[in-house]
Design a protein around this ligand. Structure first.
Ligand SMILES: *[C@@H]1O[C@H](CO)[C@@H](O)[C@H](O)[C@H]1NC(C)=O
Ligand SMILES: *[C@@H]1O[C@H](CO)[C@@H](O)[C@H](O)[C@H]1NC(C)=O
Ligand SMILES: *[C@@H]1O[C@H](CO)[C@@H](O)[C@H](O)[C@H]1NC(C)=O
Ligand SMILES: *[C@@H]1O[C@H](CO)[C@@H](O)[C@H](O)[C@H]1NC(C)=O
Ligand SMILES: *[C@@H]1O[C@H](CO)[C@@H](O)[C@H](O)[C@H]1NC(C)=O
Length: 521
């Protein structure tokens, strides 16, 4: 035993004494899965409150676990000894090794999400939005907004369905926008402590612009890049930005279209628009880029791909390798489906190495999508682990933000007009006017609430082999944040060593997620 160990004074103050009235406990409900979902209603919802940084010399911890902890707060004193605490494993933070800066975290305001949120009473709606967007919430700052319908809609539509309307004279937002998504985005923006970063993605062009004359199935734009359909489709994006701007909603970014490979599959069952990387490259260079540049929204970022990382780095090489397209592009958007088959290093890592001036951004992820594990599973901790594993892996491979899919779904995982039901961090039960916060909600929160915009990833390494997964950041105020995922089923003790301040003793309980924050100056 190291002599220093005897001198250690651990100061653990119960969370209730430290947190103001802003904090409250999860009302856990067990649905027969491995953990609980937290029930919220119009008058009650658990919250960790707004978190403040502890004074120099102390650290804060937030723990969620399969056993039922949900962002459970704790504090302790950083140990200023030169030697460690004597536990075997040490995570050393190397703040001088600097990587990418965070842009933000969020979810998608699909038609389905809007329908579910608005199906609740006014009080419960307010609670739900506050959970994501207010300063007591989990820090969401990104909202992906589908342009017109997708599978999570109750009908098929675009904003320009009148055949041959090349000038988009009849372009019009849908009731889904004006009555549901826009009012909700305005409310979310009003309660957010900082401006929301809105991100637009289109699923399909109007049928008349497409080779197959339909919103679904295998089809792409008629003609060639530079041609009248490709120009009209670029103009459609500009019109969308203009129409939303009339409601004071301006977009940080748009993608070149959701999952371009879907529209190249025979008989694809829902809205899609096929692009090859070559066609995407030329459409951006000849049509979308110039149209945006000449519009009243020239600073809107353009993100390519918006599809699974298995297409990287090939897709990026074709599109970003072309200077005519590349000058209009800011980043590469990735979805998480099938990530387990494609190592992050050879996809994300290689893309970053080849094109470091373009950022990587996660634009879609959801649990319950695979045929083997379908739909809503209330209280699944295993799915919280899927999220945290993916977020850590992405962050450790240069991704600057991560966007969940539907902000809220119903008990069946819909509505979805093709019954492509999946899970969501918030599941609404209209009959009881309540909503459940799933383990995945807390999983995102361990990152989204603590990694503010402009937080910079720094180096962190383990002293030996460990099942722990982790990532470390220094925030703009110079405080440090370490997030540790333990997917194994035994508790393990470890210590964090930040040469700037000292040692932090820590324990990662079985199947847990831990965020540790400390002041460095
Ligand atoms: C809301 O939930 C809280 C905590 O479970 C409960 O005490 C309260 O009665 C509920 N309110 C309504 C309106 O159901
Ligand atoms: C630190 O630990 C090493 C080996 O465990 C020991 O030799 C050394 O005396 C210790 N130093 C202090 C300052 O405790
Ligand atoms: C947009 O914002 C401006 C200035 O804040 C305000 O005057 C105007 O009423 C807003 N318009 C809408 C449609 O919300
Ligand atoms: C396409 O899909 C639909 C519904 O999924 C099915 O009814 C139809 O037979 C399929 N057509 C082809 C050519 O596979
Ligand atoms: C994580 O939990 C597993 C199972 O409880 C345990 O074996 C492992 O040591 C823990 N890891 C850490 C670093 O705490």
């Amino acid at each position: 035993m190291a002599p220093s160990r005897v001198l250690l004074v651990f100061v653990f103050i119960p969370a209730e004494l430290l947190l103001g009235s802003g904090s409250s406990k999860c009302v856990g409900r067990n649905f027969g899965h491995d953990s609980v979902a937290c029930e919220c209603n119009s008058t009650y919802c658990d919250s960790v409150g707004s978190v403040t940084l502890p004074p120099l010399g102390q650290y804060s911890t937030y723990l969620s676990s399969v056993a039922g902890s949900r962002l459970e707060a704790g504090r302790g004193r950083v140990q200023a000894q030169t030697n460690g605490t004597g536990s075997g494993l040490r995570l050393t933070v190397a703040s001088y090794q600097k990587y990418q800066r965070i842009r933000g975290f969020g979810g998608a305001m699909t038609d389905a999400a809007a329908i579910n949120i608005l199906s609740l009473s006014a009080g419960a709606q307010e609670q739900l939005l506050r959970q994501y967007f207010s300063s007591e919430g989990i820090g969401y700052s990104v909202v992906r907004v589908p342009m017109a319908s997708c599978d999570f809609s109750t009908r098929l539509y675009t904003y320009a369905d009148a055949p041959g309307d090349y000038d988009l004279d009849n372009f019009m937002l849908a009731p889904e926008d004006t009555n549901m998504k826009i009012p909700l985005l305005q409310r979310a923006g009003a309660m957010s402590p900082r401006p929301l970063s809105l991100l637009a993605s289109a699923w399909s062009a109007p049928a008349w612009m497409k080779t197959n004359g339909a919103l679904t199935g295998k089809g792409s734009l008629k003609g060639q890049p530079g041609g009248k359909e490709h120009k009209a489709w670029a103009r459609y994006y500009v019109r969308f930005l203009e129409e939303y701007a009339k409601y004071n909603l301006t977009f940080w970014a748009l993608t070149t279209g959701n999952e371009p490979t879907a529209g190249r599959m025979t008989n694809y069952s829902f809205q899609a628009l096929g692009f090859t990387p070559e066609e995407q490259r030329d459409w951006v260079a000849l049509d979308l880029g110039p149209a945006l540049h000449a519009s009243s929204h020239p600073r809107t970022h353009v993100l390519i791909l918006d599809d699974n990382r298995l297409l990287l780095p090939y897709w990026a090489k074709v599109v970003l390798g072309d200077v005519h397209a590349g000058r209009y592009i800011h980043g590469v958007a990735v979805h998480w489906y099938m990530d387990s088959f494609i190592p992050a290093g050879i996809s994300l890592g290689t893309t970053h190495r080849l094109y470091p001036e373009y950022y990587l951004f996660g634009t879609e992820a959801c649990a319950g999508w695979s045929p083997a594990d379908r739909g809503v599973k209330l209280g699944s901790w295993e799915r919280a682990e899927q999220y945290a594993h993916d977020i850590i892996e992405d962050l450790n491979h240069y991704v600057v933000g991560w966007t969940d899919w539907n902000l809220a779904l119903d008990r069946t995982g819909g509505p979805n007009w093709v019954k492509n039901f999946v899970d969501s961090p918030v599941i609404v039960d209209v009959e009881r006017d309540i909503f459940y916060k799933q383990p995945t909600f807390y999983s995102v929160a361990h990152f989204s609430k603590f990694l503010w915009a402009e937080s910079q990833r720094v180096g962190v390494s383990a002293s030996g082999a460990t099942p722990l997964e982790f990532t470390a950041f220094v925030r703009p105020d110079a405080s440090a944040v370490l997030i540790v995922l333990n997917r194994s089923s035994a508790e393990i003790q470890f210590e964090v060593w930040d040469p700037a301040v000292g040692y932090i003793p820590a324990t990662a309980p079985a199947r847990s997620l831990l965020t540790i924050a400390w002041n460095t100056r």
